[in-house]
Design a protein. Structure first.
Length: 262
């Protein structure tokens, strides 16, 4: 059971208890008679759960980064906030968009429901928009035939397992951000799954080139050689979007990471 569904069920139960007490049970009690524990707790928790449910469903939702696919932008243990209304307002639980606002842009760091298992949330960077021709050949990213420029940065030191990776500054859309590339990793992904619109992609020993279908997005991790992303499992449909990540609010191992990221 997802946390959103659990929260909704708790909201429903406490709401029913509070309403039932207001219209029925309160009239049966004497003025000096104490409320039963289940009514007291239900009435106390209902407004708290309601506020949390509304904030989490329509404004911001917290997430914890579980993997290193977005290093150096996001590291394992980062607690981040995700804007839930940037790309439109969606109904909780059923995820149906009811109001369209902005659309994802290249360079956005986006949380989405994993196409193969929508109960699991993933986070990657938007690389390709609907209709784009995206190629990643010999570790060079091109959008619609134009190479995405990158500039060398000092090598990145991984803390969890001591080694260095080549680090570059890449500008995708209006966002300039850091990426990592491993010199000794092959340019092609080690395996490819079958996914909807698989025929839009061409794979070879140099990498992959794909045309992004309408209503879908092409996602990649900033840790390019250590990310299972659209190169492996395909495109992200618009209905799977959760929101745009925009803020690191805590990391137990590195409190100094508090703040915005690119």
């Amino acid at each position: 059971m997802s946390f959103a569904l659990l929260l909704f069920l708790l909201l429903l139960i406490t709401g029913i208890v509070a309403l039932a007490d207001r219209v029925h049970f309160a009239r049966l009690r004497g003025k000096e008679e104490r409320e039963p524990w289940w009514i007291e707790y239900g009435k106390s928790f209902f407004p708290v759960i309601l506020i949390v449910f509304l904030l989490r469903s329509f404004l911001v939702e917290p997430f914890k980064i579980p993997s290193g696919s977005m290093v150096p932008t996001l590291v394992v243990g980062d607690f981040i906030l995700v804007n839930k209304f940037t790309y439109g307002i969606r109904l909780p639980i059923i995820h149906k968009k009811i109001t369209a606002l902005n659309v994802p842009e290249r360079g956005d760091v986006m949380v989405f429901r994993y196409p193969e298992d929508p109960s699991t949330d993933y986070i990657k960077r938007v690389v390709g928009l609907p209709g784009d021709r995206v190629s990643y050949l010999n570790k060079t990213l091109r959008i619609n035939g134009v190479e995405v420029q990158k500039k060398p940065l000092p090598d990145y030191l991984h803390r969890e397992r001591i080694h260095y990776s080549k680090q570059y500054s890449e500008r995708n859309g209006n966002v300039e951000h850091a990426i990592l590339i491993e010199d000794d990793a092959p340019p092609a992904v080690p395996f490819v799954k079958q996914f909807p619109h698989r025929e839009n992609c061409t794979y070879n020993a140099d990498g992959v080139a794909c045309t992004v279908p309408s209503g879908h997005y092409y996602m990649m991790g900033d840790n390019r050689d250590n990310s299972a992303d659209s190169r492996v499992w395909g495109f992200v449909p618009d209905e799977n979007i959760v929101g745009r990540a925009f803020f690191i609010w805590f990391n137990f191992s590195e409190p100094s990471r508090f703040g915005r990221f690119k």
